[in-house]
Design a protein around this ligand. Structure first.
Ligand code: ZN
Length: 316
């Protein structure tokens, strides 16, 4: 082989792979079918409403551990299971992490979470139904986090490390997140931001696509819109009216760690009719909306994780 030709081929090969890597990164597509499969399973009658400590939620726990294993997400503790110390039945947060690719920033964590429990079964049959499937609340947020697991496992685009948390016993009073936030505070754990996903199964129907709870607590809305290059997030009156900031798993992280900790949501609490209702079912979810929303969230979450400084900060 001619040396000059060899060098040329090496150069061409390099250009080729760098193009391929670039287009691979840019062309990652959130798969609606995959979202529908995950959501359908998590909200199926077989899981009996995912009450904490029940046989039904155990099936969800096994499923989520499997998502971690298949995507080479490592257990943060000895196993994926973080046993709640504040609940009277056996209940587990499912916790895994992906190490960051920057030698310095990887010491810090962005916490991405969603609760996977719900409220179980009704005591009496209503319209032939007894299962609180909790498709929007919160099989949808759980599904969103599984999509982020798959995206970051595949692209390895994260400079900071990511702690993925599926919380149990949220519906019992945020017990899983209180337990975990307290435990991490005692450990040598350096958090940056906590982003929690709740109720993203239906579109908001406003001129924004989503909101975070605790709008006025930090600059996260502004920064996420900047990362998205669009006005994706904005203010809603009901998030304040119902004090949603204190109503989900972001809140214990804010209290324990004093960091920006918010819940991302697309459900309009003024108009959604199925909150803790037997009809919060897969059939009433909009998986095209979920796929499109998560597609827009990928660059937002990536830029958040990779920011050189703590751009997102609490307001004084
Ligand atoms: Zn919920």
């Amino acid at each position: 082989m001619n040396r000059r030709l060899l060098l040329l081929f090496i150069a061409l090969g390099y250009i080729n792979t760098s193009f391929a890597q670039k287009s691979k990164k840019e062309s990652y597509t959130v798969n609606e079918q995959q979202i529908a499969e995950t959501l359908r399973f998590l909200s199926s009658d077989d899981l009996q409403g995912r009450n904490s400590g029940s046989e039904g939620i155990e099936k969800a726990a096994l499923f989520l551990e499997d998502v971690f294993t298949k995507n080479s997400v490592k257990p943060y503790f000895i196993t994926y299971r973080d046993t709640l110390s504040n609940f009277d039945k056996p209940a587990y947060n499912i916790v895994g992490y992906l190490e960051g690719n920057d030698p310095k920033l990887k010491d810090e964590y962005v916490i991405i979470g969603a609760h996977y429990d719900h409220i179980g079964m009704a005591t009496a049959i209503q319209n032939g139904d007894t299962v609180y499937n909790g498709a929007d609340d919160n099989a949808s947020g759980t599904t969103a986090v599984t999509e982020l697991v798959k995206y970051f496992a595949k692209t390895k685009a994260n400079k900071r490390s990511i702690l993925f948390c599926f919380f149990s016993a949220e519906e019992k009073g945020l017990l899983g997140s209180y337990h975990l936030a307290g435990k991490l505070k005692q450990a040598n754990f350096i958090p940056y931001v906590m982003l929690n996903f709740e109720m993203i199964g239906v579109p908001l129907g406003m001129d924004i696509e989503a909101y975070v709870t605790g709008y006025s607590r930090s600059n996260i809305t502004e920064k996420m819109n900047e990362y998205a290059g669009a006005k994706l997030f904005g203010y809603t009156d009901f998030a304040v009216k119902y004090q949603l900031f204190k109503a989900s798993d972001n809140y214990p992280f804010y209290l324990e760690m004093n960091i920006p900790a918010h819940t991302v949501c697309t459900t309009n609490m003024n108009t959604f009719q199925y909150y803790h209702h037997l009809d919060d079912e897969f059939e009433n979810m909009d998986t095209a909306h979920m796929a499109s929303f998560m597609q827009k969230m990928l660059p937002v979450v990536t830029k958040m994780i990779n920011a050189k400084t703590h751009e997102i900060a609490l307001k004084k």
